[in-house]
Design a protein. Structure first.
Ligand code: UD1
Ligand code: CA
Length: 480
């Protein structure tokens, strides 16, 4: 096996050790999900099933030794995980898990052992994969399978041991072919295996499609290899949650829940308060520093990072955003690819769109939408405002209902508002335009040309007052 800096295989990885590949079966359609989307691209914990399995695999061997077997919607699957650097093998026709390995034969022929993972079982850990391999090597087996005891084993293949205490396996029987007695077995085949490559490929042509699905079952290799007098063993994991596959929408949602609960548990262990965690959706890659409080019904997704002592109030949705220390996000705010400086206050009902950079101690309030702006330290935009493509300095006050008119129907233009400026309510700033340092814009102004430093600009019609107008109108309309 090639050396890898982050390998988990311990002493077994040292020079002279066997070459190990990982093959991930990910070619199936996922008929039971009744979906246009291929099964392995369905998401749990905010990431496709396959991305979880690849992440675990690439912590055991380098990406160059990982082979994803793809078939149904192969282009789409490949594109979704291309950035992981793993190899792809095309199984153009999906004729079963055994067939998936048949098509991988030439790619795997230079390895001594292959670890086979299921692309639809996302909770597998690198530690378990490494332990399975080590057990396989210690046992000098031709095939080692991962098993687990499940309270509800229905749907899984059952492991038939040669005797109750033996590591050796007689065979695996699929649910559809199991006898009533075999259905009572709680030890299931997890769908993760290690094979000695030469033994696998010199015997794989012995499996057939004589089963209820008319497919080549990889599970049949247990009996085939045993009959060839080769060693087939099972290693049982205590952590049965790890092996669950997402074959149905219900299983998908259950696994998603488990992953999210684990994430919340981890954050709570690290000092984050989460009220009603079952109502919160926090993606795996999210980081939250201690003493922050997450209220019910909050979603924090993607690569978001939240500093210490923040409070994220209910119904806020935060994606790929960076939030400094001591920030208060009031209810119902939406942040996407935004940055918020320390001690800022956002919301309620603010929408920070991509490229919003909110300075330290700044306030963005009720029904304010921002996009691609910098709002300087301590500046305030508290009510009913649209700020797009704007450079706004420190200590600026943006009055209620201010609009930056950034789009002329063809191109976007920038509004610059320098430090300490005051924009009166209901103003429109027609970009490109600049309001100088400390300048004032009178309420309801339409600003179309630059305002010099410390000047007052008023751009609205002068008020007209007609004394007694109502009285005269009333008199004129009275019936004679
Ligand atoms: C399989 C096992 C079963 C085990 C269960 C664990 C077989 C015959 N049965 O059943 O014993 O308990 O996993 O989760 O293997 N795939 C391909 N090419 C194909 C067919 C499938 O790549 O031609 C992929 C699928 O995309 C999936 C994986 O192989 O990621 C497993 O296939 P699936 O149909 O889900 O097998 P199960 O019925 O769950
Ligand atoms: Ca499955």
């Amino acid at each position: 096996m090639k050396k890898s800096g982050n390998s988990l295989l311990g002493s077994k990885t040292s020079a002279g050790s066997p070459r190990v590949a990982i093959a991930i079966m990910a070619a199936g359609k996922g008929t039971r999900l009744k979906s246009q989307l291929p099964k392995v691209l369905h998401e749990v914990g905010g990431k496709p099933l396959l991305a979880h399995v690849i992440a675990a695999a690439t912590r055991v061997v380098p990406p160059s030794d990982v082979f994803a077997i793809i078939g149904h919607e192969a282009g789409r699957v490949r594109a979704a995980v291309a950035d992981t650097g793993v190899n792809f093998i095309l199984q153009a026709e999906q004729r079963g898990t055994g067939h998936a390995l048949m098509v991988a034969q030439s790619a795997l022929s230079t390895y001594d052992h292959v670890i086979v993972l299921s692309g639809d079982a996302p909770q597998i850990t690198p530690q378990t994969i490494a332990r399975l391999l080590n057990f396989h090597l210690d046992q000098q087996a031709a095939m080692t399978l991962l098993s687990a005891d499940l309270d509800h084993p229905t749907g899984y293949g059952r492991v038939i041991r040669r005797s109750a205490r033996s590591a050796e396996v007689q065979g695996i029987v699929e649910e559809k072919s199991a006898s009533p007695a075999q259905k009572k077995i709680h030890e299931i085949n997890a769908g993760f295996y290690v094979f000695a490559v030469p033994q696998l490929f010199s015997n794989i042509n012995k499996i057939s499609t004589a089963n209820p699905h008319g497919e080549f079952y990889l599970t049949d290799m247990a009996e085939v290899l045993r009959k060839a007098r080769l060693r087939v063993v099972a290693w049982k994991t205590e952590n049965s949650a790890e092996v669950l596959g997402a074959n149905t929408r219900a299983e998908l949602s259950f696994i998603d829940f488990q992953i999210r609960m684990r994430k919340c548990q981890q954050l709570m262990d690290e000092g984050v308060t989460i009220f009603y965690p079952a109502t919160c959706v926090i993606d795996n890659d999210v980081e939250i520093a201690p003493d922050s409080v997450i209220e019910p019904f909050v979603q924090i997704m993607g690569k978001s990072r939240i500093g210490a002592a923040c409070r994220i109030r209910s119904y806020s949705v935060i994606r790929d955003s960076e939030i400094g220390e001591g920030v208060l996000i009031r209810p119902g705010s939406i942040l996407e690819e935004a940055r918020v400086g320390a001690s800022a206050v956002i919301g309620p009902y603010s929408h920070l769109r991509p490229g919003s950079d909110i300075g330290e101690g700044a306030h963005v309030g009720n029904f304010v939408e921002t996009k691609k702006i910098r709002l300087g330290k301590g500046s305030k935009a508290n009510h009913l405002t649209y700020l797009g493509d704007a450079e706004i300095g420190a200590g600026v006050n943006i009055g209620a209902g201010t609009i930056t008119c950034n789009y002329d129907g063809v191109a976007k233009h920038t509004t610059v508002i320098e430090d300490g400026a005051f924009i009166g309510s209901d103003s429109t700033l027609v970009a490109p335009v600049r309001v100088g340092r400390g300048a004032y814009v009178g309420a309801a102004s339409c600003i179309t040309s630059d305002v010099p430093e410390e000047a007052l600009a008023v751009g609205r019609a002068r008020q007209i007052v007609k004394e007694g107008w109502v009285r005269e109108k009333r008199a004129a309309s009275k019936p004679k």
